[in-house]
Design a protein around this ligand. Sequence first.
Ligand code: NDP
Length: 289
Amino acid sequence: MRLSPRVTLNNGVMMDRLGFGLYKVPPADAAGLVTMALEAGYRHFDTAAMYGNEPGVGRAIGALSAFDGSAGGSGELHPALARQDIFVTTKLWNDDQGYDATLRAFDTSIAKLGLEYVDLYLIHWPCARRGLFPESYRALETLYREGKVRAIGVSNFQPAHLDRLLQTAEVVPAVNQIELHPWLQQAELRSMHASLGITTEAWSPLGRGQVLQDPVVLELAAAHRRTAAQVILRWHLELGNVVIPKASSYARIRENHDIFGFSLGSADLEALTGLDRGVRTGSNPDDVN
Ligand code: NDP
């Protein structure tokens, strides 16, 4: 089984460039899907307090040594896989912003996950009108210094939010997780991240499935004898993004992981760059408060 290439974050921590997203995964399905994803080769999982499925994610990771291949896959999971081989991200929900509330919310998340540490803890949305994200981030810095999280970062931060954060932050965020796919290519944020040493992580990398129907994507998929999802995910990797597609069946989970054996040419990349039209499939961060 081929594993994902990794990116080295700005504090030296390594993160798989391909992870598995768990937004809208029902709590009862989370452990089964994470187990399937582990079997398919994923070692990086993206959850959040708001998703309500931290217990299932933690249960699947906690059960690694007991894995017997009964989740419907081929049973190829390496028996020696351990917690340190897995990268887990969770996120602070909006209602829990503020220094003390963030520390309490983290304790709740880690208890639900049943883990001793989290690999990456993110502020889910800036909620700029509340004005609490600098204080919330200070709490993330405390958790980082205490060794409870291996890296800290943000999500849905626009350039102005990053500028404000960096006025007081002592630790530059390792990651900004943002909506990013061929219809919303986020050139300004990506170049800002590059100049600051922040890794760009793409949420809804498939545009919630909508971009899979784009005729240009379908044409490239036919030319490469790959699926539309594989072409889009490969495009993300070639751009340097971290991606966390979500899928609900073992076939799609495997399909989305099978992207390391081909590459796109410069004309293909150019065609995909031409699809940028500033279309969001999720909320505008300026409207979430
Ligand atoms: P994605 O872009 O990952 O698309 C998921 C959709 O595409 C689902 O409907 C899925 O269907 C479908 N799909 C997946 N793979 C295939 C395939 N190979 N062929 C056909 N259809 C496919 O959207 P998400 O919004 O789920 O984003 C991914 C992750 O990003 C989330 O799970 C979450 O972890 C994170 N996220 C973070 C946000 C934030 O604010 N920080 C906001 C939103 C997402 P099905 O499930 O039926 O298989």
